[in-house]
Design a protein. Sequence first.
Length: 116
Amino acid sequence: MASYSVNKRALDKARRLIESRQYVLDSDWGDVQPNASDQNAFLRSHPWEEYAEWHLGLTDGAADETKARYAFVYGDFRRLHRTGLIACHYRAAEWRHKDIELAAHELLQLLDATSA
């Protein structure tokens, strides 16, 4: 099983998105989660650094500037999605990636406090 490190730049970006109210509170993550085509389109017009900021996890051992390096996407490349954070939290908890789970939990708490 792969191991992951928390992507600190992604945490910072997510916090900024929450603070600037660039989020969606209710969405069907299965419908809005970026698929391979969405990812490729984003990468055609944005640098890898921006792509990376949308992923809470960095796959240990994977090369930078490859899709394999970035995991636990939480938004649609425009806005943070609450359901995306929930999916990150759930998946990280399910596979016992504790640092990612806690990062997603922290962001959910911030989002819920900000949007209340």
